[in-house]
Design a binder for this molecule. Structure first.
Ligand code: ADP
Length: 397
């Protein structure tokens, strides 16, 4: 059985075709600059690459490219589109309604549309991806929505509510939802296996998804009890271009001083802040470390601020969990940035964490990176959100 996994952004569409026998990636690719000029990249599991600049005015035309690439030309991987059994979509915001993945029907589409107000940058793009898939594959093919927010829906009220008038929550659903749930779910499940407790019962862990966007999740007995991202993915600690948590009054203050509209302020906090905003160098960790090594003080400051903030969250989560059994690092930075992992684990020495420096000298591989006598175990676990989406889709059809 082959499943097509779709991750649609506002101007991009990522896809993977996964053969569920052996869970192998048959092909994957990216439609970029949709609505701008259009760039298409398609790679097959056996190493063939198709790359072209092609006009993709909207998601439907982008999907046409994907369809063509799968069945014809240099990158052909299936004889007929009917070999694609189902399509699984990453949907960013599923609100409080969805705590697991679902088959897409009219009700689901309506809900995803309603949640656009909570995720104005993301949900419209997810809907475009679903519509484009339907246009390309017809209405008969089963489609599944896998929500970024779903895994976090076990959080208790004390963790997901903020101290605003209760009506803000009742009227508008203003609360913490959390994101990256698919990734936190995947790596936590693997961590439970590594701890020898596959259902997670009796464990207290913290999963650190550190990429361009980053979040932590505190997980007890296999269930999320808190996470750093909030109503939107802006909350938490310093990310590539996002500020993370700040005093909310700073928002109104800056808006007044600079005469900014809500959209402009949103843009400032989401696109111009974080590692980029503090360093003035880049949002990319590789550029930050290079600048740090070259003596750039602001790059070092950005790096130090992020470490400090992450360590504060971890400390808070250890208190919330009532102890800690394991910590997991994943995503672009978590899997590759040995320096940050070392710094964070050394900062947790007070918990009896003992870094295995040699084991930590690795990139993108699953590995335990603490010593045998460490009071808390730490693991690198590469994430695979597409595989989770494919597995959920298979299970639901
Ligand atoms: P997203 O999916 O949120 O766009 P990723 O999970 O791909 O982000 O992470 C991107 C980040 O990972 C970038 O800051 C990048 O610098 C960092 N990264 C990727 N590879 C490496 C590496 N080999 N060493 C250090 N940092 C890396």
């Amino acid at each position: 059985m082959k499943i097509l996994v779709i991750n649609a952004g506002s101007s991009s569409l990522k896809y993977q075709l996964i053969d569920m026998e052996g869970e192998q990636v048959v092909a994957k690719g990216l439609c970029e600059r949709i609505g701008i000029d259009g760039r298409f990249t398609h790679k097959t599991g056996d190493g063939r690459v198709v790359q072209k600049d092609v006009a993709m005015p909207d998601h439907t035309t982008a999907f046409e490219q994907v369809k063509q690439a799968l069945v014809s030309g240099e990158g052909k991987v299936v004889n007929d589109l009917s070999e694609v059994a189902a399509i699984g979509h990453r949907v960013v915001q599923g609100g409080a309604k969805y705590d697991k993945s679902v088959r897409i029907d009219e009700d689901v589409l309506k809900a995803v549309r309603e949640y656009e107000v909570l995720a104005p940058l993301h949900n419209p793009a997810c809907l475009k991806g679903i519509e484009a898939a339907t246009a390309a594959f017809g209405t008969e093919i089963p489609q599944v929505a896998v929500f970024d927010t779903a895994f976090h829906q076990t959080m208790p009220e004390v963790a997901y509510l903020w101290g605003l008038p209760y009506e803000c929550y009742e009227k508008y659903g203003v609360r913490r939802y959390g994101y990256h749930g698919t990734s936190h779910r995947f790596v936590s499940k693997r961590c439970f296996e590594l701890l020898g407790k596959p259902d997670g019962k009796g464990t207290r862990i913290i999963t650190c998804h550190l990429g361009n966007g980053s979040s932590l999740a505190a997980i007890r007995d296999g269930k999320v009890i808190d996470t750093t991202m909030g109503l939107t993915p802006l909350d938490g600690f310093l990310m590539g271009t996002r500020s993370g948590a700040i005093d909310p009054s700073a928002v109104t203050f800056i808006m007044e001083k600079e005469g900014l509209s809500p959209e402009e302020m949103d843009n400032l906090m989401n696109k111009k802040s974080g590692m980029l905003g503090i360093s003035g160098v880049s949002s990319d960790d590789r550029d930050i470390t290079a600048a740090m090594d070259a003596g750039n003080a602001r790059a070092k400051l950005a790096w130090d601020m992020r470490s400090y903030q992450i360590l504060k969250y971890i400390g808070g989560y250890v208190a919330a969990l009532g102890g800690l059994d394991a910590i997991v690092f994943t995503a672009g930075i978590g899997e590759n940035q040995d320096r940050l992992r070392a710094e964070l684990l050394e900062g947790l020495a007070y918990l009896g964490v003992k870094l295995d420096a040699e084991a930590n000298n690795v990139r993108g591989q699953e590995r335990e990176i603490t010593t045998a006598d460490s009071a808390v175990r730490a693991f690198i676990i590469p994430t695979n959100e597409e595989l989770v989406i494919a597995r959920d889709t298979k299970a639901l059809i």
